[in-house]
Design a protein around this ligand. Structure first.
Ligand code: IMP
Ligand code: MG
Length: 174
């Protein structure tokens, strides 16, 4: 098996500081609102856990899991929901919590899909943004870090189910 080389991109201290800042901004923006955080499994689970523990506002969390047909590290464009949310979001303010926005196909699909349930608003909070890879324009309201077109792992993000548990974020196979 080919050896996977990894180089640190963001340390856990840097991530923690940025997640605190995002939580502060979101707490301010959603003060007094009926907010539901929808975490995209599996990659965003650690981000959601850290983000929500730093929020100063009451909120509900829920989870969605999506599958995109095709293999490898690029989404194919055809998305299906394999685990839907269980919370009624009608009239509520939804924040989608995602690990990485890449082509934008996943979040464009999810945002459209959630809007069909008549929420008051749907916004996106992505930890990492690979803007140069975008194929569909998607408004990302809260971004942790903009990154270059490199494959990253750690802090919940995997390569073939590996490296999720790492507390820092790494670039692999440069
Ligand atoms: P999009 O539909 O192309 O925006 O795909 C976004 C999804 O692709 C993310 O939620 C990740 O699951 C996956 N992805 C994109 N880039 C990476 C990466 O560098 N490491 C691991 N997963 C990635
Ligand atoms: Mg993902």
């Amino acid at each position: 098996m080919k050896e996977i080389k990894k180089k640190i991109l963001y340390s856990k201290e840097t991530i923690e500081k940025r997640v605190s800042e995002l939580a502060e901004t979101i707490s301010h923006d959603y003060d007094g609102k009926d907010v539901v955080f929808v975490c995209v499994l599996k990659g965003a689970f650690m981000f959601l856990a850290d983000l929500t523990r730093k929020l100063r506002i009451p909120h509900v969390i829920d989870f969605v899991r999506l599958a995109s047909y095709g293999s490898g590290t690029v989404s194919s464009g055809k998305i299906t929901i394999t685990k839907d949310i269980e919370t009624s979001i009608a009239g509520k303010d939804v924040v989608i919590v995602e690990d990485i926005i890449d082509t934008g196909i996943t979040l464009d699909f999810l945002k459209d899909r959630l809007k069909k349930s008549n929420p008051n608003s749907v916004k996106i909070c992505a930890l990492l943004d690979k803007e140069e890879r975008r194929e569909i324009k998607v408004d990302v309201d809260y971004i942790g870090f903009p990154i270059e077109n490199k494959f990253v792992v750690g802090y919940g993000i995997d390569f073939d189910e590996k490296f999720r548990c790492l507390p820092d974020i790494y670039v692999i196979n440069e």
